[in-house]
Write a protein that binds this ligand. Structure first.
Ligand code: ADP
Ligand code: ASP
Ligand code: MG
Length: 815
């Protein structure tokens, strides 16, 4: 014989029940079958809700009752042929009437005992099994209905009854031995005590009903038919990449279900294991798929971790005090106080030491636990030997499970590294004595991130997902998005990096998509985006709480630079081409560096100096490998280089500056370039990265601009002075020419002192031939003494700046 159990979703409505009937028609050709059914999906919750409403004198209970009634009547209407419809409806209505009367009773007496809870919820399975058996009989004449309450006997722990296994097993085997019908339908979940009161086996208990029947009849297989294709490597509703586990041992399945894999009710495994009956989990909506086979064997020894499960809403109880040291019996008293009050201990942590014990329980029990434990230890608390019980809530457990973990080293190291890297704070740790599971207590809010990170670590080709949030999509930002789009495939095959742009914003609007924004149409999407503020953008990024999140600042905005600290504090890495943060007050710059270290989040800004040229990266490599910078000489302004390369006898200074602006080489306000402030910021950043504590005011800035230009109030005024002071500028040019020199705007750093100024450069100097808008940097160090380390190339322009940002993203991805 085979036992098949169909869960709530599988029998949620007439359409689904028809699918179940098809499966049963097929199976019954080959085997005798017992069919255990749940209530129509969601009915149990509705029944409890109706009961609670009625007890609280809320007349809405009638609406809820009506909802329950309608669902069942509709199922009959759609499933049962006309000839029998009336008689089936009559039966169903009679049961509904009985339910209604109990609810009315609750409304009057306002007392909802667990005994009544069981009475009420039993209607779910009793109705579903009746309707399904009638529907089945239309094609399978031999199908009958048997009330499980006549077979399964329990104690009187209503809502979570304990089965009297001997008696139950005898009842079941006697019934099936004498029964000649090929197909027997039974309600799951329901049972009775010695007094014939209805009891139930706990939420999700229909699985257990089926296991009891399978065990007593020594069935060849117990099939659990549900809405997913087996037991998955993690809850498929939360982890997209999860996949069904093909084969798994009883112990592993038990462990996964104990730690929250709801697909199998934990007590289900034991009866099957005792009789060595295989359990097969199958999908009602995809019956051709393999599903998961649970047996004694444990194949696939090379795979130490089989699955990851989690439980939400856990509370951590800590009992501690010096009075506990050396005195035996404290933990015994704690556990017995909890167990006599039916409080389930889900986890006991290794933090238990002589003067503290720490256990995890369900949050729903936390209040009661606090009360009973403080009561138990009232004397010791009054004598200050121990502290009142500490209760922490809003926690969750994630557990990594596998039979072969014990023979593989380093699993826990990998687990906690994956959590740590994603800034998932671990409150407590427990390892089962069997070494079949390692569990960590974390915050509820981190569940999804933790599961994804662990799943990625143990089950996926190590493709790393980077989640980007980009602010500023002008010229550079737009080109960067285009570069990312074109390079995505290459990165995922060759570097195992999956770059996902999750958020994009300009100064007005923002858009988000957790799966990654379609980069073919981001402009159109952004136009329709939500209004943005710095705060709303930050809040959204924070709420996503994704692993490997990166905030990318492609603006020159000071307010945005001021938000980096908020991101870093959330362990969100920051990549900036905006120079403001690194060239602001030294203490602010240092603070960002500290936050980056403390919160394990990178802060990269290669494009602050020389656009895409690897200047900061090279400097960092020198310093990290133990070298020391003695001097830096550099031309760091692409715009000034362009201007001084093109300005001569024929073209006036004014015209060249205009041209540079029109071609996009200068800032919108050219004074930022011509005043030297931009170059000063860059040399400041290099000096700081070289380990020197400098501020902008420490950089000597000898301007080449005449007084009139410096006094100009507006950009237009400024341009006018370039005309009126033409003589001043042509003098600069003439002097250089007479000396056979080129004019270069040079930044220098020598032993702790930095300056920026216009210089005449002679033919012998490496700066002399610097063309167009190129940059050049010479690093003199303790190792590079005679010949400097030279970096030279295009130091401005949107393409190369975008590519510098891209480089930072990849650096971060490969960390
Ligand atoms: P049924 O009503 O059929 O008994 P349940 O809702 O009790 O179904 O169990 C199936 C659900 O269990 C799935 O839809 C899924 O959301 C959840 N689940 C949690 N963890 C896992 C897991 N590791 N594998 C499969 N499903 C899981
Ligand atoms: N109907 C019950 C519940 O929802 C039992 C079950 O479906 O297994 O918990
Ligand atoms: Mg279930």
């Amino acid at each position: 014989m085979k036992v098949l159990k169909f869960g709530g979703t599988s029998v949620a409505n007439a359409e689904n029940i028809s699918k179940v009937i098809k499966i049963l028609e097929n199976e019954s050709k080959k085997h005798n079958i017992a069919v255990v059914v749940s209530a129509l999906g969601g009915t149990t919750d509705l029944l409890i809700e109706a009961g609670n409403l009625a007890t609280n004198k809320d007349e809405k209970y009638i609406d809820v009752f009506q909802q329950i009634a309608n669902r069942h009547i509709l199922a009959v209407e759609e499933l049962i042929k006309d000839s029998k419809k009336q008689s089936v409806l009559k039966q169903v209505n009679a049961q509904l009437e009985e339910l209604k009367q109990i609810l009315q009773g609750l409304y009057l007496i306002n007392e909802f005992s667990n005994k009544t809870v069981d009475k009420i919820v039993s209607f779910g399975e009793l109705l579903s099994s009746y309707i399904i058996s009638e529907a089945l009989q239309q094609t399978l004449k031999s199908a009958t209905l048997k009330d499980s309450r006549e077979l399964i006997i329990t104690d009187s722990t209503f809502t979570n009854a304990v089965v009297k296994t001997k008696e139950t097993s005898a009842n079941i085997s006697t019934f099936f031995n004498n029964n000649k019908d090929k197909v027997v339908v039974l309600p799951g979940f329901v049972s009775r005590n010695k007094n014939n009161d209805t009891t139930t086996l706990g939420r999700g208990g229909s699985d257990y009903t089926a296991a009891l029947i399978a065990s007593a009849t020594k069935a060849e297989v117990l099939e659990i038919w549900t809405d997913v294709s087996g037991m998955y490597t993690a809850n498929p509703k939360l982890v997209k990449q999860a996949s069904p586990i093909r084969e798994i041992s009883y112990e592993e399945a038990m462990e996964l279900s104990h730690f929250g894999a709801k697909v199998l009710y934990p007590p289900t495994v034991q009866p099957a294991l005792q009789k060595n009956i295989p359990i097969l989990i199958k999908n009602t909506f995809a019956p051709a798929e393999d599903g998961t086979l649970i047996t004694k064997k444990n194949k696939n020894k090379s795979q130490p971790v089989k699955g990851i499960s989690h439980i939400e809403n856990i509370a951590l109880l800590t009992l501690e005090g010096n009075g506990m040291v050396g005195i035996p019996g404290f933990s015994k008293r704690l556990f017995s106080a909890l167990s006599t009050n039916h409080i389930n201990v889900v986890l006991i942590t290794q933090a238990s030491s002589e003067h503290s014990i720490c256990v995890g329980i369900y949050s729903a029990d936390a209040k009661k636990a606090k009360h009973v434990v403080d009561e138990e230890f009232v004397y010791e608390i009054s004598k200050k030997k121990i502290k009142p019980l500490m209760v922490e809530e809003s926690l969750a457990i994630v557990a990594v499970v596998g039979d072969n973990m014990k023979s593989h080293q380093g699993i826990s190291g990998r687990m906690f590294r994956a959590l740590g890297k994603n800034n998932v704070n671990v409150r407590a740790i427990a390892q089962g004595a069997s070494e079949r599971n390692i569990s960590a207590v974390i915050s509820n809010k981190d569940i999804k991130k933790a599961l994804t990170a662990l799943h990625n670590r143990f089950f996926e080709k190590q493709v790393k997902i980077l989640n980007l949030f980009i602010v500023g999509v002008g010229n550079v930002g737009a080109i960067l998005l285009d570069q990312i789009k074109k390079q995505q495939d290459h990165l995922s095959t060759n570097l195992l990096l999956n770059i996902r742009v999750v958020g994009i914003s300009n100064s007005k609007k923002m858009i988000f998509d957790e799966e990654g924004i379609d980069l073919n149409s981001w402009q159109a999407q952004l136009q329709k985006g939500k209004k943005r503020t710095h705060q709303s953008f930050f809040n959204t990024v924070k709420k996503f709480n994704l692993s490997n999140s990166i905030f990318l600042d492609v603006t020159a905005n000071e307010d945005i630079a001021n938000t980096y600290k908020d991101y870093l504090k959330e362990s969100i890495s920051v990549i900036a081409c905006n120079k403001i943060a690194c060239s602001s007050k030294y203490s602010d710059y240092q603070k960002l560096k500290d936050l980056s270290r403390r919160y394990n989040a990178s802060f990269l800004f290669e494009t602050n100096v020389g656009a895409g040229l690897p200047i900061i990266n090279t400097l960092n490599n020198l310093i990290n490998s133990g070298d020391r910078i003695t001097s830096i000489q550099a031309v760091l302004s692409g715009s000034l280089n362009f201007i001084f390369n093109n300005f001569n006898d024929e073209h006036s200074f004014h015209d060249i500056v205009k041209q540079a602006q029109e071609e996009g080489y200068t800032e919108p306000d050219p004074r930022i370039d011509l005043s030297g402030i931009d170059v000063a910021r860059k040399i400041l950043i290099l000096a700081r990265e070289a380990g020197y504590k400098l501020d902008l005011k420490d950089i000597k800035n000898k301007t080449f601009l005449p007084k009139a230009s410096l006094k100009a109030k507006t950009v237009d005024d400024f341009y006018n002075t370039l005309k009126t002071e033409a003589l001043h500028f042509s003098e600069l040019y003439k002097s250089a020419k007479t000396n056979n020199c080129q004019l270069k705007y040079v930044a220098e750093f020598n032993n702790g002192k930095a300056s920026v100024r216009l210089k005449e450069i002679d033919k012998e100097h490496p700066f002399y031939n610097l063309e167009g808008k190129d940059n050049i940097v010479l690093f003199f160090t303790e190792r590079y003494t005679e010949q400097p380390l030279i970096i030279k190339g295009a130091g401005a322009g949107a393409e190369v700046t975008a590519s510098g940002l891209f480089g930072d993203i990849i650096t971060l991805g490969r960390n």
